[in-house]
Design a protein around this ligand. Structure first.
Ligand code: ZN
Length: 320
């Protein structure tokens, strides 16, 4: 299928403090800050993007910074964990690193044929490092503080917590082209495109849980990859025909997006791979200053005055 979804494009969550968020994702996790901008729908809030050298689709996590939002509550109808792919054998390094940086983490556990190290960001967002038996060939950001042999390769998967399996599984498999690849207890694994890290979604069925509440420390939405504007319109047509309420195409400058709620309540986005983050600054300069889309640039002085000052990462400072 020419327009098959190739995996996760990005995951967007909510943070309470911009500088604390930057410090954690760059200095502790070793990702590159690839874009500093504002929420295009709410220019009073920062929108921070992290990823590999260029912020390639499948490596991107982003944050809306909303200090005044109440904390979220994990629950049904949410992305409840975001997993990054790391090389096998790196967990000793990461546990030591988490101890050194006072990061809360849990003992490693087995899941399917992989090992998982669960930890939490400063806002309490549940994150995981996953080491798969097959090597993840993606290149990590080489100028971060984490040695390349241990560095994050990109996203591995997201976990959707749902009150029931069938509605969400039906959307994934019958409409979006995912296939069920494994099941263990209440956890069902689906993959799309080539499979492997970056193209995996787990559905965890928790019938007893209340609905989650989106707020600081929870995921706002997950975005799936589509190749072109044309394939995106194809997805929009098929979703509309299946009865989903889908937004018109929105220009996010670095990609174009459509949004809809999956049946369990998680906000899904389908985002184009192009044009990427070098559309408004060079690869070398990514993330080094506040970028605004052309339609907000005339309001720059007003927008900058309302935003808290940032301490941008200085590279490279390799630490343990
Ligand atoms: Zn998004």
């Amino acid at each position: 299928m020419a327009d098959q979804i190739q995996g996760i494009h990005h995951v967007t969550a909510i943070a309470g403090d911009a500088n604390r968020n930057i410090d954690f994702y760059t200095r502790v996790l070793g990702l590159r800050l690839v874009k500093v901008t504002v929420n295009f729908d709410d220019p009073s809030a920062y929108h921070l993007y992290y990823g590999d050298e260029l912020g390639r689709p499948g490596t991107i996590v982003t944050f809306f910074v909303w200090p005044d939002r109440i904390p979220g509550r994990p629950g049904a109808g949410q992305v409840t964990a975001v997993a990054f792919s790391v090389p096998a054998g790196s967990f000793g390094y990461w546990q030591e690193r988490f101890r050194a940086h006072a990061v809360r983490f849990e003992p490693p556990a087995e899941r399917f044929d992989e090992t998982v190290l669960t930890f939490y960001d400063p806002d309490g967002l549940r994150l995981e490092l996953v080491a798969a038996p097959d090597a993840d060939t993606r290149e990590p950001w080489a100028r971060g503080p984490v040695p390349a042999e241990h560095a994050i390769r990109g996203l591995h998967s997201v976990t959707l917590t749902e009150g029931a399996l069938e509605p969400t599984a039906g959307l994934l498999t019958r409409l979006m082209g995912f296939r069920l690849t494994a099941a263990d207890g209440s956890r069902y694994r689906f993959a799309t495109g080539p499979g492997g890290p970056g193209s995996v979604v787990d559905v965890e069925v928790r019938r007893e849980l209340f609905r989650g509440r989106v707020g600081v420390g929870t995921v706002h939405h997950v975005a799936w990859r589509t190749g072109t504007d044309e394939t995106q319109l194809g997805w929009r047509s098929r979703l509309l025909a299946a009865g989903y309420q889908v937004t018109p195409v929105r220009d996010r400058l670095y990609f174009r997006s459509i949004y809809f709620f999956e049946p369990g309540g998680v906000l899904f986005e389908i985002a184009t791979d192009p044009p990427g983050f070098t559309v408004d600054e060079t690869a070398e300069a990514l993330g080094t200053g506040l970028r605004l889309p052309p339609w907000l640039e005339p309001r720059r002085a007003e927008i900058e005055a309302a935003l808290p000052p940032l301490t941008l990462p200085v590279e490279p400072a390799r630490t343990t």
